[in-house]
Design a protein around this ligand. Structure first.
Ligand code: FAD
Length: 251
């Protein structure tokens, strides 16, 4: 339950609140997770009036403000078609209208499609107040904040993304998902998800020769109540071939 609620109008006002040491304050995005929290002493700083809900493309760099909702992101011009499809799979319209990009990333588990795709794209989180840059993969493996709150998420638009998932229904969270990002330099990055607490980096290298084996390794301990390790490894091999074909044909 939320015990104290603050809605600062300026960044410096927010900073003062976060710096107060006698209470533990946490950032509030859309509140879809926090408003359901069972913790009874929550002090929240609502970031919605700080003007962070903007999306900017400068050259090939895309900057997504932390309080941009998933639906605003889906509707934004510079968002590539594949990423749009991934956002649609990530949550229903109601949740997309409420949830912010930063709140989504912070609370995402291993089955969150947009988190899997952003990690393949090697997106960077910018933490306030010192503008510390954190690769999203480091966030998912360590879950260690690099500041008070995420002010924006940066990614490069000059990367081709391919995404595949298997789920019980189109709007279900995936049982297995693979995202493959390919840079013009030849760098290939593959992230697996659909299980566990966070997406898993399966491959990051030049050329895609070792992807099949790398994904097999990444899935070697993926069994849970939704699917066995053997199932994921079998289906994973088919998905790798499909996603490599897609990536080769530029889909
Ligand atoms: C009914 C329901 C259905 C859902 N279905 C799906 C689904 O199908 N697939 C799926 O992937 N997810 C699903 N979710 C999860 C949903 O995507 C998350 O609840 C949502 O993205 C969280 O965003 P928020 O802005 O509301 O976060 P909040 O509730 O505001 O915050 C969540 C966490 O993020 C932190 N946080 C927020 N903003 C920042 C910031 N700027 N910097 C640092 N930390 C921050 C908060 O302190 C908190 O720890 C569902 C949630 C609900 C309630």
């Amino acid at each position: 339950m939320i015990k104290e609620y603050y809605r600062p109008k300026t960044v410096s006002e927010a900073e003062r609140l976060f710096a107060e040491t006698d209470k533990k304050v946490v950032p509030l995005g859309g509140g879809s997770v926090l408003s359901r929290s069972k913790q009874d002493d929550l002090c929240v700083v609502d970031l919605q009036e700080l003007g962070l809900n903007r999306i900017e493309a400068v050259g090939q760099k895309l900057t997504i403000g932390a309080t941009t909702t998933l639906q605003q992101l889906l509707d934004a011009d510079p968002i590539p078609a594949v990423l749009r499809e991934v956002i649609k799979k990530s949550a229903t319209l109601n949740i997309r209208n409420q949830a912010t990009v930063a709140g989504y990333v912070v609370s995402a588990g291993g089955r969150a499609p947009l988190a899997i795709a952003l990690m393949a794209l090697d997106a960077q989180l910018v933490w306030h107040p010192h503008q510390n840059l954190q690769p999203i993969g480091d966030w998912f493996s360590l879950r260690r904040p690099q500041g008070f709150w995420i002010s924006e998420i940066q990614l490069n638009l000059n990367i081709e993304l391919s995404y595949e998932q298997v789920a019980r229904t189109p709007m279900d969270q995936p049982i297995l998902a693979l995202a493959l990002a390919r840079w013009r330099s030849g760098r290939v990055r593959v992230v697996a998800g659909g299980f566990g607490k966070s997406p898993v980096l399966a491959f990051d290298g030049l050329e895609d020769g070792g992807v099949l084996e790398a994904v097999k390794n990444a899935l070697s301990d993926s069994g849970d109540e939704w699917a066995s390790t053997e199932y994921r490894m079998d289906v994973g091999q088919v998905m790798v071939r499909r996603i490599l074909d897609k990536a080769a044909s530029g889909l």
